[in-house]
Design a protein around this ligand. Sequence first.
Ligand SMILES: [Cu+2]
Length: 198
Amino acid sequence: MKKTILTLSIAFISLTYSCKEQKKKKPEGAPKMETSVENDTEMDNEMAEKTTTIALEPKSDSNVKGEITFTQKDNEVKMLAHLSGLKEGKHAIHIHETADCSSEDGKSAGGHWNPTDEPHGKWGAEEGYHKGDIGNFTADADGNAEIEFSTDEWCLDCDDDTMNIVDKGVIVHEGVDDFTSQPSGDAGTRVSCAGIIQ
Ligand SMILES: [Cu+2]
């Protein structure tokens, strides 16, 4: 980008200079150059942000559904989830290996997504944790929950398989993740599933 600005600046100066040489025969030349610089900047900002919204569908005869939006800005991916139909209290949410939510019990999504081959644990734990170990959240008395999670250890559609969450699945469990049972935290029945598909 700096190179582009430099090149355009040189072009601008040359143009200004040549305009003076021609005694302002073509005064419309300069503003055109300024416009193209602004457009380049806007395009770069759009490319720096990626977003995808997916729908959670009920599994295992539950009523748990919702919507999750993943937004990547620079190196940070933010997850914002809105869920309903839960039992009041704590539940686990993880990223699992595949985006396949076809089975009635959600097991088609496979085990935990664990591209770095670490033990299951609490996110950020020294002993290790899966890249899909988002953790637990709490549903209110009406069965609704909002979950916010941000990390620089994920990406949306990048070349790094240890970071790319696209084509993986999100699973919500009926139970609580104990962060110690291997390999999945003993969180129980899968009550909702969504494939992370762009
Ligand atoms: Cu899970």
